[in-house]
Structure formats: structure tokens, C-alpha cells
Design a protein around this ligand. Sequence first.
Ligand code: BDR
Ligand code: CA
Length: 293
Amino acid sequence: MRIYLDCDTGIDDAIAIALLLAHDDVTIEGIGTVNGNTSAVQASVNTRGLLRLAGRDDIPVAVGAGRWRGGADAHGDNGVGGVVLPEGARPDPRTPEEMLIELARGHPGELVVIATGPCGNLAAALRNEPRLPDLVKSVTVMGGAVRVPGNVTGEAEANIADDPQAAKEVFEAAWPLTLVPLDVTMQHRWDERNKAALAASRNPLNEAIAAMLPAYFDSYEPRLRFREVPLHDPLAAAIAIGDVTPSEAPDLGVRVDVATGRTEEDPKARKIRVVLALDEPAGPRIRELLIPQ
Ligand code: BDR
Ligand code: CA
């Protein structure tokens, strides 16, 4: 399976990258970064550092453009909880949208696109290559809050709120789109035991993720009242590659309100597949992928 990952690395993006790297059937053909949890430039530094830890400097990383909104959030000052990663390979000279278009044209009908950050690069690629929806196999976006409250405002989720116009374009494009919103991601979490297992796994990438997790726990603990973190991005990645199977994923019309970043059901909107529930907890499965027994 050929993957293009678009991300704003980010602690849970880092877990998604580790999950994709761990999967035997998956080839990450390229990664693009976008402004979100941190700047696209810092997200690229983080991504390339993670790839260096995994011994995968061969995977090209393209850096997104535009100005970041700024501000530290759940992911700490550098996006990865203040953890200092090794310097990675040089970034790819292409823009993320150029990389995505090239990969889609090079492997027509094969490319599995996963977006774990705001949708700006995907929207730019759609504008530059109107045939893109016919060229890719599938698109999976972590984002939105369809039947539950948002996480940056009462109604909006971070990835959509950061670039609602881009999300609108991605939701309206004629490609097979799966949305993995907070409705399901908030239900699948890791706790301190998962962190301890990663720290003890004798794998540099897992150890780095374990070092990032305290910042993520700290940010969620006041909201959840448990020392747990939701697995937003790795869940989207696991669903995209078919490793985790949804039990409830109806085709719903979903509209993006550009003014507020809200994702609301609207029967008149283009129908997309919206993952609302899984049969089994995904946390143990994601841990097992990172720490094979
Ligand atoms: C999404 O926003 C970011 O904080 C996370 O990395 C995830 O992609 C959750 O709302
Ligand atoms: Ca993310």
C-alpha cells in the first residue's frame, strides 16, 4: 500500500508516523507538512528527526508554506512536548502539493492519502490538479466534530478550524473521503501504562514518543479528568490502511461552516464516510503495532 501522509507533527502525528513505519504492508512514499499544532517548518524538523530515529532518511519530507497562527498548544513549544530529536535528512525541494500530485500521477489509482493536520496542502493540490480525485485510491482525514462538541471551540475541531476553507474544498471534492472525527477519536486512548511500555521497548522511536507523552497527558488531564490521551491521528492512519475496522461509518452529508470551522450534518452536502464508532478499543492494537510481541 502506497501512502502519502500530510501532517503537522504533533505528538499524535508522531504516533501515526510510527504506526505507518511499523506496518509491513505499507510504503510511505512521501510526507508533507502543514501549519497546525506547530509551524510547517517545525513539523518538518520533527518529522525528519523521527525518520532519522527510525533509520528511514530515505522517506522524502516536503515542507508546507504559509504563515503559522502561532501559539503553543497540547503539543508543547516545539510540537513534540519539548523533546529534542536528532537532526534528520534535508527536506525535499518540492512543495507538499507538488509531491502529492507527482505521487498520484506516478501511481494512478494506488495512492492512499492520509491527512492528520489541517487540509491546506490537499486543497492546494486539488486546485493545481483537478484530476487528483480520479488519481488517488482514497483519502482519510482526521478532523471535525460531527455529533459531539469541538476541541478548540464548543463547535470546531482543531484541524478543520485551522483552515476551514481548505477543509470545505477537500470535503466537496469527488474522491472517496473518510472522515475520522472527534466522535470516535476521543473514545480511543492511551494511559501511563502505554507510555511505560514504549519507554521500555528498546526502540529509539518508541522511546522518543514516550518522552513526548507527559506533555500530552498534562494538556488532556484537566479536560478528561484522567491521565489519558486520545489517539486521534494514529486512529485515522490505522483506519486508512485497514488495520482497524469501524463498526459504524455511515455515508453522511457533512458541511464545513467556513466562518466557524464547524462540521455539521447537512443532507444537501456531498456525502462522505464518517467513522463514528469501532467495535473494539484501538489503543491496544496501536500499541501492539509499535511494540510487536
Ligand atoms: C487534531 O489536532 C491536533 O492537535 C492533533 O494532532 C490532531 O490531528 C485533533 O483535534
Ligand atoms: Ca495532527
